[in-house]
Design a protein around this ligand. Structure first.
Ligand code: GLA
Length: 397
């Protein structure tokens, strides 16, 4: 996949800004996408996740304007949008991408941010609909811009929460906090373990390259379908699990975070089979995150990979968010002796896998596994070796 260099993209952004608005941008912000190494569908169950911010990002140039108008130009879509901060349109069928901008301005305003007009130019290279959080990178980038231009003094956590709110309340996707959190608070060469109940987190150095391993992201060529409806269905099934387990235990549980594997197995026969499997995925995945982080800290990359494989199996069998093609890709990847682990990453129903592969064997992966997968499924993939980057920041032009 050929990518324009980061510097070229920044120059282009600046030149376009000057051309369109006749002044230099006041700030340029970058906000990364993310890859989740382990801990899937646990964030909205107040559980643990372990994502890393990646070297694909949204970049935004911005400056305040003299009026109350928000004007934006998207270099990706070659489209302009504008609206007044006094009357933010709920819909704009012609410019779907602007929902994130309208949503962020709306939510920040409703939460007390005193926002005036502004001009923006945006450009992103996080693949869309791939499970790498292109929308979260846009939202976090936009909140960072508003924070800087209008002196909102938001902490990074507040910033992530507002970005999530825009997605939940305006865009209408009931996502958890993981994507926005890591896009705002990710750290260079580390993944971050987030406790999605307390929002405490810590950066854990990946040290993969040092040990001869790479993080390889592969777009399966399966475009995500059904993700919104199925995502919400999983959320509801988890809530149903919490309700039933509270009844069975005769005590109020606030989320699946309050449930242990032992608790769950005691009530297996009393729960509807599907609800039991959904709960089993979440409860076991929380434990896998803790075990995987411990393995990484012990330098045990084989165990880390084994837990990634187990995570995939659980997503496939218990949570049912994989697809037959992605299962083929994961199986072929896991069979490569140089692979430590491989799994579907993100919400599921299509998109990307994440694999930890010996760096010296990544070419073999591309030359052997990928053609086999493409032949077997007829899908076109794209593969990229990613590195972990820090969360949203300002670019000094
Ligand atoms: C999407 C959501 C996240 C998280 C993942 C699944 O990326 O935005 O909040 O729930 O799916 O782990």
């Amino acid at each position: 996949m050929m990518q324009a260099s980061y510097e070229r993209r920044i120059n282009n952004l600046q030149e376009t800004f000057l051309e369109k608005y006749g002044v230099q941008p006041k700030v340029i912000v970058r906000a990364p996408g993310r890859v989740n190494l382990i801990g899937e569908h646990t964030d909205y169950n107040e559980g643990f996740v372990f994502p890393a911010a990646i070297d694909r990002e949204m970049i935004i140039a911005a400056a305040p304007s003299d009026d109350e108008i928000v004007s934006a130009y998207s270099l990706d879509y070659h489209e302009d949008v504008s609206f007044s901060t006094d009357e933010i349109p709920n819909n704009d069928d012609k410019h779907h991408w602007s929902a994130y901008l309208r949503g962020v301005v709306d939510v920040v305003t409703k939460n007390g941010g005193n926002i005036g007009g502004l001009n923006l130019v945006t450009s992103g290279n996080v693949p869309q609909g791939a499970g790498l959080s292109s929308s979260a990178s846009f939202e976090v980038g936009l909140v960072t811009v508003l924070d800087a231009l209008f002196s909102l003094n938001l902490s990074k956590k507040e910033l992530a929460l507002l970005a999530q709110k825009a997605e939940n309340e305006f865009v209408g996707v009931q996502c958890g906090i993981m994507d926005q959190f890591v896009s705002a608070l990710g750290e260079e060469d580390s993944a971050i373990q987030i406790d999605c109940r307390s929002l405490e987190y810590r950066a854990v150095p990946l040290n993969l390259e040092k040990n001869g391993y790479s993080i390889v992201i592969t777009h399966s060529g399966v475009h995500r379908g059904l993700v919104d409806s199925e995502y919400n269905a999983r959320r509801n099934e988890c809530l149903e699990g919490v309700r039933l387990l509270s009844q069975l235990r005769g005590a109020h549980l606030s989320s699946l975070r309050d449930v242990s594997l032992v608790d769950l197995s005691q009530h297996k026969e009393s729960l509807p089979e599907r609800i039991y499997r959904r709960c089993l995925h979440v409860v076991s995945e929380n434990q896998r995150v803790l075990d995987a982080v411990a393995a990484l800290e012990n330098g045990d990359i084989q165990r880390f990979g084994y837990l990634m494989n187990e995570s995939h199996e659980s997503m496939k069998t218990n949570y049912e968010i994989s697809t037959p093609e992605i299962d083929v890709l994961v199986k072929l990847t896991q069979a490569l002796p140089a692979t430590s682990g491989s799994r579907l990453t993100g919400a599921g129903f299509g998109g990307c896998t994440v694999s930890i592969i010996r760096s010296s064997e990544v070419d073999n992966y591309k030359n052997i596994v990928i053609p086999r997968y493409e032949k077997e499924t007829g899908n076109q993939t794209s593969v990229y070796v990613c590195s972990a980057k820090k969360g949203a920041s300002f670019v000094t032009p």
